[in-house]
Design a protein around this ligand. Sequence first.
Ligand SMILES: Cc1cc2nc3c(=O)[nH]c(=O)nc-3n(C[C@H](O)[C@H](O)[C@H](O)COP(=O)(O)OP(=O)(O)OC[C@H]3O[C@@H](n4cnc5c(N)ncnc54)[C@H](O)[C@@H]3O)c2cc1C
Length: 434
Amino acid sequence: MTNHETAPAYKARSGWNALLPERVPREEVPRQRRFRTIVVGAGYTGLAAARRLAELAPGEEVLLLDAATMGEGASGRNSGYLLINPGEPSANAAGFTADWAARQIALVQAGLDWLRQLVATHAIACDWQEDVPAITAAATAGGERTVRATRDRYLSWGIASKDYAAEELRRIFGTGYYRRGIQSLTRALVQPAALHRGLADSLPAAVTLVENTPVLALGNEASFTVRTSRGDFVADRLFLTNNLHARAFGLGGDRMVGIYTYGAFTPELDAATLERFGEAPQWGALPAHRMGSTLRKTMGRLLVRSGDSYERELEPDAARAMLTQLYRNRFPGLKSYAFEHVWGGLTAVTHNGAFLFGEVRPGLFVSAGCGGAGVTRGTIHGRLLAELAHGVPSQLLSDRLALDGPNWLPPEPLRGIGARAQIVWETWLAGAER
Ligand SMILES: Cc1cc2nc3c(=O)[nH]c(=O)nc-3n(C[C@H](O)[C@H](O)[C@H](O)COP(=O)(O)OP(=O)(O)OC[C@H]3O[C@@H](n4cnc5c(N)ncnc54)[C@H](O)[C@@H]3O)c2cc1C
């Protein structure tokens, strides 16, 4: 059996989280050691599961443990796009059946709707925006074909969208790099670390969150013993929502791989400089190839997100050099800023994009395998997992249960050789979409 790390350990902190006031993490260890339910991992999935469990049974206490402080996990490291298109942002979903797409759209739409409601109810200050352009923009002939195919697919799936010609893109983004674009009219953009923290800080009273507390081992006798750096806890029911790191506890090791991707922020720019990055005060550009680059103009800065590495995080200097080059390719006439923040983030990738989801043994509930689009997808999966545990039926849960699980992956070294080769090949295919 491969030894997997029990929890993520990043080389640099999240740039989004670094823009927020320093957080005082919740580290108080409860005196009580026994809980009805323990949830391991407080990303979007775990937060949603814990919240929903407490809503469904307010009298039953839930212990929610996370290895990191809120805002520092992948949930606070992503690019803050909440999209409803199935598959990757490039919508390279060719071959997906209409049924599959309808189920995926229903799931992410429900995740988006719930998040919108929570942000409003709890006044979570996360810069939630639904009218900022978030355009899948093509820089190559191949990318243009993807954009056209995406438009056709959106039409057949009933997703309202808008097309953009090169000139409009130049006005919006301030660069002539892109040739054609499309955006779904339903989407939101957020400050992800602020959303993540806000969700954690508005949990129902029945949930006890303990940050900076990695779970090191699990025992499974009549009940579940959870070993942490702060002592052992016991529960009747266990939720594993620690995404890729479910592997460390024997789940999904033959279904998921870890792929790091990277983000960087310029320093804060003055108003005159910001105008040179297009007339829109804020915008988002998504790639027309899944190995392409995502950008945002937000928080008075430019964000660049790109790159993929298999199971190992790049050194920050290497990530910085890569992201600087991708920025220069797009804005050759503008000053090249030394990025103020550069960070890596880990995603769990399955071969067919499917999740590990359900009650895998009596009392052991898992949702893992969340790669891209995880803000909405993680949220709805966490919620449905809690509803599954409480036997709350819904069309959405039936739809979720009707989806396939992740495909089997060959063991190492074959797996690593295949994954690295695929990254090299697809990066080459992406060309200037990178
Ligand atoms: C750079 C980057 C950009 C991205 N951009 C987007 C985007 O724009 N939109 C989008 O929707 N998605 C995006 N994603 C993906 C998104 O961040 C993930 O899909 C999402 O965070 C998954 O949520 P999760 O709760 O399932 O897992 P995670 O966010 O990974 O949460 C799992 C949690 O479990 C904790 N944990 C792990 N092991 C243990 C343990 N042993 N004990 C206790 N706790 C543990 C971790 O600390 C972590 O907080 C991006 C990801 C990255 C890295």
